[in-house]
Design a protein around this ligand. Structure first.
Ligand code: ARG
Length: 466
């Protein structure tokens, strides 16, 4: 392996090294292939740090200005695709600083005063994750708006509600859409909570113990949009809770997406035909000409795997690490990057699918009336009108369901005479509750499926995401 060892030691930290790293050492150690995604955050952090150093009289103002300008040049090279990344320089932090040295010369060496790569990477990564919270928030609001449009159009369209995926009671299309609004609304608030908690600046914690330079951590915190500096330097460099909270929120959101995606897969099948997905979010089969497959929904359903996987992986990386920084923590980023990319993709695809899909109102209504979906309404009628105990009413209704089943008909198809065989107090009035429209209209309890309740929730949410 020695022949693969580079002759020169690392120019950023190699003072005490006689030889450079083995090629394998470089391969396992370098993070530039992925942490280059944090270039903008790294440069923002360094520019804030340089200004602060000058304000505090730690470096010359002219040096700080050269650093700040030079960093913008480096950023434009990165954005323009002309920047040459080097694995020998390990990571984005040293790649940027080394290039800064080439661009502005000697003052570049003063930038790293009073900080370390440990607080630098914690700061960069936090800024990156914070941006992802904002991005997820925006995407969730867009998805919620799409759901509200669907809910409003079909606030009073009846459909079967399920438990155990067996027909349970009729509900409204709007109510079903609004159930997801509640879920994605909680995801939104989880992202906001995580963002608020993570918004403390690690910058200036230095390697782990703080610094003897008279730095102003409030100033850099403010410049980077943090609420305050973090209060313990050991914690600041070793904390990755913020990434875990993001991944936890992302995982729960992906879980919700997967449930909805599963429903869309079922609903768009020939057996259900509850919804028609647009061509824009479906694919065909190369052999079966009739097929229109809900691939986007299936892929969204699967995304939870890698997003939750990232959450578990980072938990395992962090588990048992002694304070403060350990190189293990370099393994935090790829997981989060992958999870964030896929969460954003899944949210955008779901929003597009929801906007484009059309609910098949007639099919929903036909399904709503089948499967004895108003059996509970019949039992409730026996309680309300005849004063029967609910358990007795349940039993009588069960017998009527069995009767209808034997005759191959639904509850409203039984005659009054047949009903009277189970309880002679039953009157013609019972038929008024056996229709699905009546059933949903009667569910007026707060949060219930009656259109009046659904419309109230739509109005509330429209204000919340206005
Ligand atoms: N690339 C490193 C990371 O992502 C930066 C911090 C390195 N710190 C150190 N003490 N080696 O974690």
């Amino acid at each position: 392996m020695t022949d693969k060892t580079s002759k020169t030691s690392n120019k950023m930290w190699g003072g005490r090294f006689a030889a450079g790293p083995d090629a394998i050492m470089e391969a396992i150690n370098a993070s530039i292939s992925f942490d280059k995604r944090m270039a903008a955050q790294d440069i923002a952090g360094s520019r804030a740090h340089a200004s602060m150093l000058a304000t505090q009289g730690i470096i010359e103002t002219s040096d700080a200005e050269a650093i700040r300008e030079g960093l913008l040049t480096v950023l434009s090279e990165i954005e323009g695709g002309t920047f040459e990344y080097s694995a020998a320089l390990e990571d984005i932090h040293m790649n940027v600083e080394a290039r800064l040295k080439e661009v502005i010369g000697e003052p570049a060496g003063r930038l790293h005063t009073g900080r370390s790569r440990n607080d630098q990477v914690a700061t960069d990564f936090k800024l990156w994750v914070r941006d992802q919270c904002d991005a997820a928030e925006g995407a969730l609001v867009a998805l919620i708006r799409a759901l509200l449009t669907q809910a409003e159009a079909g606030a009073d369209w009846v459909m079967p509600g399920f438990t155990h995926l067996q027909t349970a009671q009729p509900v409204t299309w709007g109510h079903h859409m609004m159930a997801y609004v509640e879920m994605f609304g909680r995801d939104l608030s989880r992202m906001r909570d995580a963002r608020a908690r993570m918004n403390e600046s690690p910058l200036g914690a230095a390697a782990l113990a703080g610094t003897s330079f008279p730095i102003d951590r409030e100033m850099t915190a403010k410049a980077l949009g943090f609420d305050r500096p973090s209060a313990n330097s050991l914690d600041a460099v070793s904390d990755r809770d913020f990434a875990l909270e993001y991944l936890g929120s992302a995982s729960i959101c992906a879980m919700h997406l997967s449930r909805f995606a599963e429903e869309l897969v079922i609903w768009s099948s020939a057996q259900f035909r509850f919804v028609t997905l647009s061509d824009r979010f479906s694919t065909g089969s190369s052999i079966m000409p009739q097929k229109k497959n809900p691939d986007a929904a299936e892929l969204i359903r699967a995304k939870i795997g890698r997003i939750f996987g990232a959450n578990v992986a980072l938990m395992m990386v962090m588990k048992g690490l002694p304070l403060a920084y350990s190189k293990d923590m370099q393994e935090d980023k790829e997981q989060v990057f992958d999870a964030a990319d896929n969460l954003m993709l899944a949210l955008a695809a779901m929003e597009g699918m929801v906007r484009d899909m059309s609910a098949n109102r007639d099919q929903l209504a036909a399904a709503a009336g089948s499967g004895f979906s108003t059996a509970t309404d019949l039992a409730d009628w026996l309680v309300r009108v005849l004063g029967l105990p609910f358990r007795d009413a349940h039993h009588i209704t069960g017998a009527l369901v069995a009767m209808a089943e034997t005759q191959g008909c639904d509850l409203p198809d039984l005659t009054l005479e047949q009903m009277k065989l189970e309880h002679d107090g039953i009157t013609e009035d019972v038929f008024s509750v056996l229709g699905v429209e009546n059933s949903v209209n009667s569910r007026i309890s707060y949060g219930g499926t009656a259109p009046v309740q659904v419309r109230a929730q739509i109005a509330r949410w429209k204000e919340l995401v206005a």
